[in-house]
Design a protein around this ligand. Sequence first.
Ligand code: ASP
Length: 449
Amino acid sequence: MRGGNLLTVLILLGLVAGVLFGQYVLFNAGDPIPYDHWTKAAGDLVLIRPLMLLIVPLIFVSVVAGVTAIGDPSRLGVVGGSTLVYYIATMLIAVTLGATLVSLIRPGDLPDADRQRLTADAAQAYAESGPIAQNIDAAQARGQDRLGGAWMNILEQIIPTNIVDEAAKGRPLALIVGGILFGLGIAVGGRRTQPLVIFFDAAFAALMRIVLWIIWMTPVGVFLLVAWTVGRIGFSALVGPISMYAVTVVAGLALHGLIVLPLVLLLFGRANPLRFLWAMRRALLTAFGTDSSSATLPVTIECAVDEGGVSKRSANFVLPLGSTVNMDGTALYEAVAVVFLFQIYGIDLGLTELLVVVITATLAAIGAAGIPSAGLVTMVIVITAVNRSLAGQNIDPLPVAAIGIIIGIDRALDMCRTVVNVWGDAVGAKIITRIAPDPVPGPDLRPPG
Ligand code: ASP
């Protein structure tokens, strides 16, 4: 068996074993297992931390190498512009799909008794959610739950004052901007900056070697992290009154991931979607297990370039940017979740509010970091915007603590949406390969001997 296939089989085994161990050993053991359970700590140690360790150097080096490989600034403009158009267009499709599905399926139309119980328990679940509620409260305190504040937050990352500080805070956008600028400087610097082109190319190759080592930790990491998730939630959570909500999210993600994105790939990338899906399998399984597009990025780049036929010029630039900006799964999920919560509170959103959801959920997905539960935190932007749009119509605003209703099963849905986030990035990189192919090495014309 080839190394890549053996690894895929091992990751799948880790996944299945994780589900079984989580459900039948951890969950059945009694009280829900805590956030800091040993399985989570061990999963972080063997997989998440080593992958995250690579993120800062990898993003910077990969973007610099990608930009210098593209070389010509006007060519970079075309590549960058097309990438952004792809990101925004696919996120808008995803969010519209989510808003349409949740409006048709109406998972929030529940018997009154269920609604009352869910809304009564929401505040406590929210308060007990620890870091999630703290992050939402902090975003509110900084005014980042409002559109102006949310935009400002993104713009400040695009125009940073201190790249090191931003990187230390885990905000990769600044690193990407810094990498683009530095890469451009090198590209236009002529002969004097040529050694840096070679340096960054070599540094990228060295980092990818490390990725190849870390990847072998994926089966164990996926086992531990999936066991922890299932051990905390248990399958029983998926059959309660909010099961229809989970079905709506998963159906939307499946439609987007298995129909919309493959069609886009076929039309604009002229590539076989099934074959490309297979090439990206290890990255998609890693996304499912780690719940983080950022942590998965090294694996995404490796699969896309080594197996997926994505050019290095495209992968080095499009994938790092995509892992933080392009989140189709998160956008779709935010739309479904917010409309569902309003339904539970008996508020039917009209077309205007649905439009507000579509626009703000896209912004919230762009603003979400590629880490677990980030989408749940930026959802507050969508809720606040819809509340403001409803103001003056004699409707009580939706309390932010309503998020407590969906916190319980969020990790499971997060795993699914992270897969679609990573898949969307990969499809984008494959499409951009058409306008930024790697140079074909010319024939060796040196005289023999
Ligand atoms: N976990 C997601 C990701 O890393 C972000 C989110 O939707 O919470 O892509």
